[in-house]
Design a protein around this ligand. Structure first.
Ligand code: XBP
Ligand code: MG
Length: 259
């Protein structure tokens, strides 16, 4: 049977709870800098998360919420400029230590690295944001732990399209059956499943009410020995925190009976 060789990690909501206190705050700061009276509340931001990608989210907001726009604003170049300002604010928040990793992430990465598994990042956010998050949580050397960082505009169609997962697997030169994906949202799960990846989901505040019908395992958190996870979906497992033994079990089980 095909051994488990690689792990593909989403970033936002999966490695860290970045959305409400990170991306959302950075968007609002960029709006204020640009003299816009837009303010994305936590609840409004939850609605806007149906669209992945910051530039795409701003365009969706303009199209569907009709906020006041300055003259000659609103085209894709203007949105790209506003989004660049947002990225600066976001990376500054990370540098200030505003966003920790989710519990269990650092422990799991250490264990799987020790075991020689190959690692990739698969995200809709920008490469700068991935670099800043890894650097300010795990240290500068953590960037080199990930053989592939598939991020942002490297593919035209962002999640829930499967393109970014196809891209990462092609870079790794691995079939989907040799890997597992880690996600936190229905859009992310759809992208990973679209590339035939067996996927483990840990929900967060914004995604807890979403449906994850074809996830191999759905958890409320990744889990730590002193913070066991609660299993919310998938075939029952005896474990209480995500570790390599559990990942191998899920991988083998999925190969025996594909979803
Ligand atoms: C993450 C996103 C991103 C972030 C903002 O989705 O949708 O848009 O909210 O990042 P996923 P950018 O976790 O499914 O990859 O502003 O850099 O796009
Ligand atoms: Mg995510």
């Amino acid at each position: 049977m095909m051994p488990l060789q690689a792990l593909l990690f989403d970033v936002d909501g999966t490695l860290a709870d970045t959305e409400r206190d990170g991306h959302r705050v950075a968007f609002n700061r960029a709006f204020a800098d640009a003299g816009l009276d837009w303010e994305w509340s936590p609840r409004r931001y939850g609605e806007l998360l149906c669209v992945t990608g910051g530039k795409e989210r701003i365009a969706h907001y303009i199209a569907h919420y009709q906020p006041t726009l300055p003259p000659a604003a609103g085209d894709s170049a203007w949105i790209a400029g506003l989004h660049r300002a947002k990225t600066k604010h976001y990376t500054a928040l990370l540098a200030a230590g505003a966003i920790p990793l989710r519990s269990g992430v650092a422990r799991l990465l250490a264990e799987v690295r020790q075991a020689g598994l190959r690692l990739a990042i698969v995200t809709t956010t920008t490469p700068e944001n991935v670099t800043a998050l890894l650097h300010h949580t795990l240290g500068a050397e953590a960037l080199s732990w990930f053989e592939v960082i598939a991020a942002g505009d490297v593919v035209a169609a962002k999640k829930p399209a499967a393109d970014i997962y196809h891209y990462a697997l092609a870079q790794l030169q691995l079939p989907a059956a040799a890997a597992l994906a880690f996600e936190d949202s229905a859009n992310g799960l759809q992208a990973a499943r679209g590339a035939d990846l067996t996927t483990v989901v840990a929900v967060n505040g914004y995604t807890a009410d979403e449906a994850f019908p074809d996830a191999a395992l759905v958890l409320d958190q990744w889990g730590e020995p002193d913070h066991p996870f609660e299993q919310l979906g998938g075939d029952a497992v005896a474990a209480q925190w995500l570790d390599l033994a559990l990942l191998r079990q899920i991988h083998q089980r999925a190969l025996r009976s594909p979803a």
